[in-house]
Write a protein that binds this ligand. Sequence first.
Ligand code: KG4
Ligand code: ZN
Length: 344
Amino acid sequence: MFMAKDIYILGIESSCDETAAAVVKNGREILSNTVLSQIDIHRLFGGVVPEIASRNHVEAIDKVVAEALREADVTLKDISAVAVTYGAGLVGALLVGVSFAKGLCQASGLPLVAVNHIEGHICANYLTYPDLEPPYLCLLTSGGHTAVVRVADFDEYDVLRSTVDDAVGEAFDKVARVLGLPYPGGPQIDRLAQRGEAVFPFHSVVISNGNFSYSGLKTAVINLVHNCEQRSEKIDKANVAKSFNVCAVDGLIQALEEELTRTRLNTVAVAGGVGANTYLRNRMREFESRGVRVCLPKLSLCGDNAAMIASRGYFMYLQNDFADLSLNACPTLKLRGEKPHKSV
Ligand code: KG4
Ligand code: ZN
């Protein structure tokens, strides 16, 4: 009987403050997933310092890739292609992964696959749900992106709604900073919010054309905290965190609900770092009561990792979608299907 050959993809990710490498079999099965986080270093500065991120990637990348191959118990001879994140992200950080992957391909003769980081986040769902197939709706919630995407096929995305200013993760980080919480703020707000009540009424983040705006919510929280400080009033930070978390997420759920009705799709997924948020995951699960399949990537796959890049690389490999050694980093890379905003 003919047996299709298993495809092993080596994924490499260095777009921000995680140096990561992974080996994934047939796009769905993680054999290794090594993530070296630089969070402890950047916390000292209250956010990611691009130059420091690049230097740390340079120091770590060869060891992280070697570790991923060792843990998967494979050598480069077993690998079918090297998939690397080439955008979006910090240019200096991206260049470390891209240069390393190109060198590896030059030396080994392996094909190179250039992966869009955001498309990678979506693929974290294929690793958690081996039977998941398009079409479905995906809520994209990272530090740089916020969108409702119709995943029409493995390589086809239609951005239905997106933010006109800040991304939701960015808003979490900025609100955390004003509350005096350490970087990265998202998980801190998440934890603090669980002890608070949503007593402060903030305006919805859904604007009149159906897209999102987070700058108004962010400013409202900052003004609330500063006004209290000026009047020397003590503010309950847990209540601020809860009110913000609820408002930041409820708008996304509302938009998702409207798009579920409009598109008549019956599967929703989440992608990106904010997908780890407790309140967001609970609200997502509510869709199950109306017969919708809800996909929530494992917590370890919500943040940046290379397994999701390898998974995305697999589906591109199947399409013979290869890059050549002139590949460059693209810090402002958009999701395919992302259109400019219409004016409000
Ligand atoms: O996807 P990601 O790891 O990196 C980007 O591609 O941007 O997302 C990082 C973002 C940060 O803004 C971080 O604060 C946020 O995800 N985040 C969270 C949580 N965990 C991470 N936000 C809310 N709740 C969380 N539990
Ligand atoms: Zn990311």
